[in-house]
Design a protein around this ligand. Sequence first.
Ligand code: B12
Ligand code: SF4
Length: 503
Amino acid sequence: MRPLFRMIVPAFPGDNIFTRQAKRTTALGPILIATAANKLLGWRVEVVDENNCPGAPKDENGLLDHVALQKENPATAVGFYCGLTSTIPRVWDIADFYHRRGTFNIAGAWHAHYCPEETLQNDIDVVVHCDAEEAIRQILSGLGKENFLENIPGISFLQNGHFKTSAPKIDQVFGLDPNLSNLPFPDFGLLKYARIKLYPISRIKGCSGNCEFCSVKEKPRWASAEYLFETVKWLVETRKAKRFFLVDDSLKEDLAGATKFFNMVADRYGDRLDFSIQLWLKIAENTEFLQAIKGAGVRRVCIGVESPIDEDLRAMRKGYNSDKMLEWLKILQRYAKTHIMLIAGYPVKERDVFLSAEKIVKRFRRFIRKAHPDSVHVMLPGPGVGTDLRKRLKEEGKLFSEDVVSWRYYDGRFVLFRPDDNMSLQELQDLPLKIMSRFYHPLSFVRVVIKTIIFPLDFFIRGWKNWHRGWTREVVKSGGYLLMRKWKTRQQVDKFIEKLEDR
Ligand code: B12
Ligand code: SF4
């Protein structure tokens, strides 16, 4: 039997706003790498996603049972998706399990890229930096040969206990494949046990922005509009795919290409397909693009609004101030549902005005009320690995080190640094839930009932679209309220802040 390469997407450390979505989708990077590996003769390839594996064997903690997987179908090489820092402790646990069984362990994506030495000390044999489509094939073809890692570009490994790297830069991101249009389409058929309802797709890598809290530091590159259109068409034809999430951070890097892509979709499918996309707020000024997304069935736009406070926006280096935010959001709402993402309690080096936690809550709540989005996600500032924010907080002596706050807390819900004098640790920790508690309110349950009862009248007066959007918004708010209650209890049980205050 040919050897097996198993790619693993590790489980999130706890329930967060993405848990439900994760059960219907998967991470695109590991699928692309598995697709490239599967083109090699001599290897079998599979992907397992611990967040989406309803049909898989489970262990006593309800997690994917790797003992059973290895027994049934032993892997020779294992790949670990390390794109989200919060999942890294889980990677280390499984990597240890596989290493004891003699597998060759390979890690890739953001966390491993920025922290290769730490990764290699945790049962990983090689870290692949950035684009890994070519490197994975070279690693698997060389496996077992002497010094086979030596001439592979863009990797790090230990040689006789010494760190060796062929990556050009580790504090930056680089692209190894100059032509993204040449890459194969993602083969979701390699994913075992999962139910995929929402297909992640991508065309543009990198961003020309310079936000302080962001790890994406790659100069933008993109595949052609035709490449993405053909990907969609292929997924529709081979998998009956209907819903897509375009994961590109920054469509604005090639707005003409993005517009062309959506026009191609509209020509072929009208608005029958369902797309969610991420948008830069200022794109609201480009009517041609907005018309294209509407025509192609873009149902939902996710917008990193970040903050309604100008001082925060300046510190983040977001590239705009709050002046026209509401105006832009109103425009976008005419074209699609809006999901806005905000960061509360951003650490600003020097504040002109003293803003207490209470004032910040009020400012954010007022903004959300005026913006009237379809859904909201407020998170805490995340000094992720590789970000300038992390560097600054470290220099200012405010960052909690990894031995105080484990990587598992890096999911946007926990305090990771000492706040400025304007608030206590507990106040900072409470900001997101306090802000969101007005939007995700138990009254929404009542509103769902009322909206259901008045449906015939509302349908008659405002039409199906308006009624349905209002009704869905209240359903989402009710779900959000239940989720937030769950978090609150978890956080109390965790006594997270008490432990930090003791430091
Ligand atoms: C889509 C997305 C999500 C999705 C899905 C995430 C997922 N993949 O599971 C959702 C919405 C769930 C999400 C949530 C969050 N996200 Co997010 N997300 C992204 C985004 C925009 C795109 C990721 C993607 O699919 N890219 C396209 C693929 C093709 O690229 P890729 O994953 O890098 O894969 C390539 C290489 O890395 C490598 N590779 C990938 N896997 C493997 C595996 C092996 C073995 C090898 C060898 C190579 C390899 O090869 C691939 C192809 O070239 C990125 C930004 C970005 N540009 O990456 C942020 C990003 C990954 N997210 C980020 C963050 C901070 C979050 C949140 C914490 C946000 C929040 N505060 O709520 C949450 C995390 C929640 C949690 N549970 O921890 C940070 C990650 C920082 C970090 N180190 O953790 C990023 C980088 C954005 C940023 N601004 O910095 N996110
Ligand atoms: S947060 Fe978004 S806009 Fe800012 S640098 Fe990162 S990808 Fe670009």
